[in-house]
Structures are given as C-alpha cells and as structure tokens.
Design a protein around this ligand. Structure first.
Ligand code: C2E
Ligand code: MG
Ligand code: MG
Length: 573
C-alpha cells in the first residue's frame, strides 16, 4: 500500500508511522509537512491512500480535501485525521469525497489499518458505481450525463482561455428500420460497432458520447480552425461507409451530422446543442449521410420546415389537399385507359404545391398513412363517378394510386383497400397501386406480405420510376408486380443516347413480356418519344405530350373530348 501522509505535527506523524509499522502490513509511507509538499508528491507519485490532517496551517481542511479530490488522481482514497471531534465537520468531509474521518486521539494500529483498508475498498466500489453511472452500458462510451457536464466545463474553459470548441451531433440514418426489421439484438450490435468506428476519426482528447438510442455526440476541444471539423466529419462518414456485418447480415449504415461551434454559433450550452441539432435535422432532410454546419440559412430553412410540418398536420382537416389526374393512354389505340391520381396541396399562402414539396415531409412526420388513405378514397370515389358518367369508358379503365413505403409497413392497409373497394363497389382490377423501386430497397417481411395480400385481392401492383434509381429487376421476381413503369429520365434520353436507351428498353420490354408484365412509358413529351415508345411496343403511355395532371373536372372534360383529341393527334402526324 502506497500512503501519503500530510501532517505538519512531527509527533503526530511519528506516532501514526509507528502504529502502521506495528500492523504487519507492508505500507510505504511518504511524509509531507506542508500542503505544497503534499501536492508535489501527489503529482509525481502514485498513492493508494492519503492520510490528511484536518488542521493544517495554510488551508482549511475542507478546502484542502477538495483540492485533492478534484485533482487528476481520482482513484486515491482519502482518510482525514483530526484533533477535534465534530460530527458536522466529519459529515462535510465525507460528502466532499473523503472515505473516512478519524480522531487522532483514537488512532491505534488496528483502528488505523481498518480505516485504511475500508477506505480503499469504499473508493473502489465508489469508482465502479461512478463508472456505471457515467458510461453507456451498451457501447462503453460516455453517457449523456457526462456529456452535459463536460460540455459545460469545456465552455467555461473556452471562455477563460479564449479557445474554440465544437459540437458534432450524430444520428444514424434509418436505424429504426434495422431495429424494426432485424430486432433489437441486431440493433444493439450495430450500435456497438458504430461506437467502435467513431473512435478512429476522433482525436484522443475529444469526447465521444452516446446520448441515447442511435444518437451520438462528439465534443471537439481546442478548435483552431473550423476546417478541422470538415475533416473529422468526412472521416466519420467514411468510417461508417463500409458495410457492417452482424450475424452474417451485411448492413449499410450511414449517419447525419450536425455541427455547431463555440462561440461562432452559440454562446451557451443549451444554444450550442440546439444549433448542432438543427443542423443535424437539416442534414437528414437534405438526403442523409452528410454533415452540415449550422448557419443562419440552416436556421431559416429549419424554421420553414417546422412551419410546413405544422401546416401539413392540419392540411387534410382544412380540406387543402386535392387530387389531380393524369391520363394514361393505350400504346396502340391511343385511347384513355386510365388515370394516375397525383396529390396536390392548395397551400393557403404558397399556392399549389407539388408532392415533392410535402410528401417527404409527411413521411417524416408520420402523416403519410392518413394522406395516402385519403388519396385512395378520393381517387376511388372519382373513378366510380367517371364510370357512371361515361358509359363508353373502357371497361379496363383503371385508376392508379401511388403508395409510400410506409403504407406498406402496416398490415391493416390491406383491410383499408378492401373497405374502399367495397364502399365504392369497385372491381379490384380497376385499381392499380404504384410503389417506387427506391422504396423497396429495405423492404421488410410485413411489406412483402402486404404486397402479396394486395395482389391476392386482385389489385394490380405497379413498379414505378423504374430506371430512376435502383432499377432492380429482381423486384419483379420477388414481388407480384403486373405493371412496370419506366421512368421519364429513360423515355427522355431516347434522342440523346444514340439509341442506347432504346436498345435497353427493348430488352426490358422483352423480359417483361416473358414475365407477363405490362410496361408503361412515363414522361412522354414529344411526338418522337411517343413514336419510339410505340415502336418499342409499350402497352401504355403517359406524359405531357398527351396531358398534364389536371383537376377532376378538367379530366371529365378531357374524357369527353378525348376521341376528338385522338383524332386531332392523328391528323397532325
Ligand atoms: P410518379 O408516380 O412517377 O408520377 C409522375 C410524375 O411525373 C408526376 O409528378 C407527373 O406530373 C410527372 N409527369 C408526368 N408526365 C410528365 C412529363 O411528360 N414530363 C415531366 N417532366 N413530368 C411528367 P408529380 O405529380 O409532381 O408527382 C411526383 C411524384 O410524387 C409521383 O411520381 C409520386 O411518386 C409522388 N406522388 C404523387 N402523388 C402521391 C400520393 O398520393 N402518394 C404518394 N405516396 N406519392 C405521391
Ligand atoms: Mg406514380
Ligand atoms: Mg413514376
């Protein structure tokens, strides 16, 4: 046992030393007569225990105790020795971090040794508990409590020494899906691996914490130059870009990072955390897997986004959403064979908003289910009306409704579709539901079964925007799609790509044919594009060349005029 004894009284020191020598325990004693001497020893050597006299001339015993407990050597146990019996002082000493308080008059060998051994043990247990309270048990990183305390201290230091400081807030992208689809055990393993990978790009002196769930924070001390932050965040993104394999499952994770620095972005802890958080949310909205530095623009964009979220919550109730319809044309006869329902928002101040301005927001705030249900109901109601008003409409005329991936996650969706079909006495084959291939990338078991059940119901499923993103033909094999919609980026590249796109589409059409899947060409804007699509034998066509999406009333007139339009188109050719 290495012991440091700080006592100005020579006699007391000697009698304590004797008592310890008599104990038979091996105790290496270092004696210090003054506070300064004691502090000096403490900084250069490692001790298990400090025996500290309460009545030293230069400082009050309590002050001195705090000096030692706040020092870097935190694993040292402290036992106070005093001439005075004072319960209040004794309690104060224990509360300030001493492990024991004994009266000099009571010092005997056994009392002293017992006190020292107990103090050591108490210290060890205390440290263990503190470790548990300060560490995140899953990843071993510092926890939120430590993060907040250290952030506060770091800000105080930064103010005192005029240093820079930065905060990086990280949130894993789509972690909830991992938890939901693969279970919490896999989610936990993923978090452990992420924690490990974060350690690489972060400097030793900086603090990495897990704040909870899939949220992490990094405290960057001594910031000289904000370009340092770009490098760190870039490295973090790179470190996470390599797939993580857990229980044989390969996963691609990414994170969105919000960065705020002190004192540029904020001058206190709460504001700094808020700024980093705002930047992180904007990074997510901008497409995830990126880092964003907080700025006035980011703040403004965030306010706008919050406003939009708020307004969207009441848009349905306020009757501000409406459905437009775009005709779908037969590839051979050029008759109208269907209509795609496309939602619009008549925003009270911003005018008519297209889905790209609010569907992603609705998905993020969990409103897409309600909106989607409403679009389905509205479109089916409209279909029944047209069917009644236009007896000459093709019996195969179908209404097409777009689905968001989130709607597929709820098995009750199938019942909703069933209920709507029953409500409007509609045949299921007159309803087509479109899913984009990007939404199928992380498809869960539930979603796959929802697709299966919808198909069993007789509803036609369509794979939308093929060619825009993932273009995986395997979706056609895995899920019961009957329709394949080729994205407009393909249709529109016909002229530019020296026939390459056409050759590709010909092959896709051939495969689709074998699989008994109908193909639809989207985004036809010119006569030449239309001709090519017809040459390539697309079953159906859609695009501005025929008509843009329009209100239900306009669509009504469009149906009435359609035979005339078809003739007109033919005459113009
Ligand atoms: P989408 O399903 O691929 O719909 C086709 C989009 O392409 C529509 O845009 C349509 O107006 C546009 N378009 C059609 N023909 C042409 C053309 O010749 N040229 C050009 N440049 N564009 C053309 P819109 O209405 O803005 O819809 C965008 C996307 O929003 C839709 O893409 C669909 O994925 C989504 N969406 C629309 N309504 C809903 C809905 O009710 N629910 C969900 N979840 N998504 C919807
Ligand atoms: Mg669509
Ligand atoms: Mg599309």
């Amino acid at each position: 046992m290495n012991l440091l004894m700080i006592d100005d009284d020579d006699i007391d020191r000697m009698s304590t030393t004797r008592a310890l020598e008599r104990s038979g325990h091996v105790v290496n004693i270092t004696e210090a007569k003054t506070v300064e001497e004691g502090l000096n020893y403490q900084q250069t050597e490692k001790f298990d225990i400090i025996l500290l006299d309460y009545q030293l001339p230069s400082m009050s015993g309590l002050e001195l105790l705090k000096l030692f407990t706040n020092s870097h050597q935190q694993d040292v146990a402290i036992v106070m020795l005093s001439n005075q019996e004072d319960e209040k002082i004794a309690i104060e000493c224990i509360e300030s971090g001493a492990q024991d308080f004994i009266l000099k008059s009571e010092v005997t060998t056994s009392r002293l040794i017992r006190a020292l051994l107990h103090a050591k043990e108490r210290k060890r247990i205390g440290e263990q508990l503190r470790g548990l309270a300060e560490r995140d048990t899953l990843t071993g990183l510092a926890n939120r409590y430590i993060f907040e305390t250290q952030l506060e201290e770091a800000i105080a230091r930064a103010v005192r020494y005029g240093e820079g400081l930065a905060l990086l807030m990280l949130d894993l992208d789509k972690f909830k899906e991992v938890n939901d689809t693969l279970g919490h055990a896999v989610g936990d393993k993923l978090l452990i691996e992420v924690a490990k990978r974060l350690k690489g790009p972060v400097r030793g002196g900086d603090l990495i914490c897990r704040l909870g769930g899939d949220e992490f924070a990094i405290l960057v001390h001594h910031l000289d130059d904000t370009s340092q932050l770009r490098i760190v965040s870039q490295r973090i993104l790179e470190a996470l870009s390599k797939p993580i394999v857990i229980d044989g499952i390969e996963m691609n994770v990414s994170t969105s990072i919000g960065i705020a620095s002190f004192p540029d972005c904020a001058t206190d802890k709460v504001q700094l955390m808020k700024c980093a958080d705002i930047a992180m949310y904007r990074a997510k909205e901008k497409g995830r897997n990126q880092a964003l530095y907080y700025s006035r623009d980011v703040h403004h964009e965030n306010l706008q986004r919050l406003e939009l979220e708020h307004e969207l919550l009441s848009a349905l109730k306020n009757d501000e959403l409406t459905v437009f319809y775009q005709p779908i044309i037969d590839g051979v006869t050029e008759k109208i064979v269907g209509a795609e329902a496309l939602v619009r928002w008549r925003h009270p101040t911003k005018g008519l908003l297209l889905p790209e301005a609010f569907i992603p927001v609705a998905e993020d705030i969990g409103e897409i289910g309600k909106i989607g249900d409403w679009v389905l109901d509205t479109a089916c109601a409209q279909y029944t009306k047209w069917e009644k008003d236009h007896p000459d409409l093709e019996p195969t005329f179908a209404i097409t409704v777009n689905l968001s991936a989130q709607q597929l996650k709820d098995s009750r969706f199938v019942d909703h579709v069933k209920a709507v079909l029953a409500k409007y006495d509609m045949r299921s084959e007159n309803l087509e539901l479109e899913v984009t291939d990007s939404s199928l990338v992380e498809i869960s078991e539930i979603a796959a079964s929802v697709l299966r059940d919808l198909s069993l119901l007789g509803v036609k499923l369509s794979l939308d925007d093929f060619g825009a993103c993932y273009s995986s033909l395997s979706y056609l094999q895995k899920h019961p799609f009957q329709i394949l919609k080729i994205d407009r980026s393909f249709t529109q590249s016909f002229e530019k790509e020296n026939g390459k796109a056409a050759v590709f589409l010909k092959s896709i059409n051939a495969i689709a044919n074998v699989l008994n899947i109908e193909t639809v060409a989207e985004g036809i804007e010119t006569k030449a594009q239309k001709h090519l699509c017809q040459e390539l034998k697309f079953k159906r066509m859609q695009g501005f060349y025929f008509a843009k999406a329009m209100t239900a009333d306009d669509f009504n007139s469009y149906i009435q005029k359609s035979s005339g339009i078809c003739k007109e188109v033919k005459n113009n050719e």
